[in-house]
Design a protein around this ligand. Structure first.
Ligand SMILES: [Zn+2]
Length: 309
């Protein structure tokens, strides 16, 4: 297991509340990533685990009980921890969402990378069979997952029923192919790939090409959300704001396909809720946090689907 050499304090506004959240990422001798809501008396540690993902409401990943101690928007921090090889840490937090910082994984990586403890290889989860999670399966589960229907920034989380996330065997590492399909011209159809195998080479490539890609949303919806108590921490530094026509952005893009690059950060963060390093091809077409979670639930539902080393 790999933890940190010291506590790292990270503060900033939450993207939805707009309130300042203080977080301390602490070294841990216990395997796994756990959140601890220190603002809630006697609250237990919340494992950052796929089977503890309560909802993927508002286009983010939330762990814990919706009505109890939970933490939302964990995915960018999880992606940073994964990339740095940190598989064991306790994250104290005094609010219900992580700081959004620059809307990407980049700031988290910069703040944590100096304090990565002695490294040992992360637990490998080798995918042995092809597992597919389809958008229409999510719709079927809507009674169970009823919170999923909420939308933010983009009025259709259920954008046409043919999106999927697929895992298939890859003995070399985690290879992600992501495709986005949007009506908004500025996004359109975008694809991007990334490969991670735990080596410095693939890590630095991710840091250089993907890590700073920001989350995105429509500016018109942003104002509405703010008026309704959401998206209050969103600003031009942490969200790419699309114009109403969907053919331009109000702030400058780092890359034309920054949108799909950001989706890869989300996928990496979500895959780390597996508790280890997933060795697989991950194909994501019109993917979402809900689909990432469903594919993990399906993977772990049958021990014949995977092998842990
Ligand atoms: Zn994201």
């Amino acid at each position: 297991m790999t933890s940190l050499t010291k506590k790292v304090k990270i503060s900033g506004v939450g993207i939805h509340s707009g309130n300042v959240v203080n977080m301390v990422v602490k070294p841990s001798k216990k395997y796994g990533i756990f959140f601890h809501r220190i603002d809630i008396p006697n609250s237990e540690l919340i494992p950052a685990s796929f089977d503890n993902v309560g909802e993927t409401l508002m286009r983010n990943t939330t762990i814990g009980k919706t009505n109890g101690a939970h933490v939302q928007t964990i995915e960018h921090l999880m992606a940073a921890l994964f990339l740095l090889g940190i598989d064991s840490a306790i994250i104290e937090i005094d609010g219900q969402e992580t700081p959004i910082l620059d809307g990407s994984a980049s700031e988290f990586i910069k703040m944590l990378e100096k304090y990565v403890g002695t490294k040992t290889k992360m637990k490998k989860i080798i995918v042995k069979k092809t597992i597919v999670a389809k958008r229409n399966e999510l719709v079927k589960q809507m009674h169970g997952f009823k919170k999923l229907k909420t939308i933010i920034f983009n009025h259709t989380i259920w954008r046409k029923g043919n999106g999927f996330v697929k895992l298939s065997p890859n003995s070399k590492g985690l290879n992600i192919d992501a495709t986005l399909v949007y009506k908004d011209k500025i996004i359109g159809t975008q694809s991007y790939s990334c490969f991670l195998d735990g080596t410095k080479k693939t890590k630095y490539k991710f840091i250089k090409d993907i890590a700073k890609s920001r989350t995105f949303g429509k500016y018109s919806e942003w104002e509405w959300l703010k008026a309704h108590g959401m998206g209050r921490g969103a600003n031009e530094h942490n969200v790419i704001a699309l114009n109403d026509a969907g053919d331009g952005t109000l702030n400058k893009l780092y890359y034309k396909n920054e949108f799909v690059r950001h989706k890869i950060i989300d996928a990496v963060g979500d895959m780390f809720t597996s508790g280890g390093f997933i060795y697989a091809n991950l194909e994501s077409v019109k993917g979402s946090h809900a689909l990432n979670n469903l594919v993990l639930r399906k993977l772990f539902s049958d021990p014949d689907n995977y092998e842990i080393i």
